[in-house]
Design a protein around this ligand. Structure first.
Ligand SMILES: Cc1cc2nc3c(=O)[nH]c(=O)nc-3n(C[C@H](O)[C@H](O)[C@H](O)COP(=O)(O)O)c2cc1C
Length: 189
């Protein structure tokens, strides 16, 4: 039996999400037990003052098994991570940022070395970011770039890949064909 674990973080919100559909294809190409987090249905909230205080207190007291750190542990322990997030306003839905706030925990997913540099504590060797975009050719984007930066510089995940379909909302776009082209990229994962 394959004990390899894949954490699938689904930040899509539409029932007919093209990003989720592409991510399902990506997951079919991978081997391992998938744990799925459909963020829309997860009991998460952005870190406000009260939550941050509770979290800091738990961390100071070394209570890292507290439920507050559930997402951070799931993330740190996975062998591979797949994130599905549609391209929204140059990045991704706020749901994903909320999740990443839960995941960035000193002592679980990373720590600081004596020079102040982050040092990753995550097991995964690869993170795959799956996205679909309404338009094309934007010179800047802060979705994959941001997640990839966090993965490599904080979490210690050396490889990040982006599987992307663009131009889906252009009038006349052949959406099934654009998704098929993106699926081809996923075949070489
Ligand atoms: C709130 C919102 C913001 C969006 N922002 C952008 C954008 O900045 N640039 C772009 O090209 N498309 C944008 N889109 C279009 C989506 O990227 C596109 O429709 C995508 O395929 C949606 O993925 P889904 O089918 O998985 O929901 C936006 C869509 C929504 C709903």
């Amino acid at each position: 039996m394959n004990n390899r674990t894949i954490l699938f973080v689904d930040a899509c919100v539409r029932e007919q999400s093209r990003t989720r559909r592409l991510a399902s294809y990506v997951l079919e190409q991978l081997e391992g037990q998938v744990t799925e987090l459909r963020l829309e249905h997860e009991p998460m909230a952005p870190l406000d003052g009260a939550l941050l205080e509770r979290r800091n207190k738990a961390a100071q007291e070394g209570r890292f098994s507290d439920e507050l750190f559930r997402y951070a542990h799931l993330f740190a322990d996975a062998d591979e991570i797949v994130i599905a997030a549609p391209y929204w306003d140059l990045s991704f839905p706020a749901l994903l940022k909320t999740f990443l706030e839960q995941v960035c925990v000193v002592g679980v997913t990373f720590r600081y070395d004596e020079t102040g540099m982050p040092e990753g504590l995550c097991k995964a060797r690869r993170l795959i970011y799956v996205t679909t975009v309404g338009g094309v050719g934007l010179p800047e984007e802060f979705g994959y770039g941001y997640v990839s930066g966090l993965a490599r510089q904080y979490f210690g995940i050396p490889e990040t890949r982006c599987i992307k379909a663009e131009g889906l909302d252009i009038i006349g776009a052949d959406v099934p064909e654009l998704l098929k082209q993106a699926e081809k990229e996923a075949e070489n994962l």
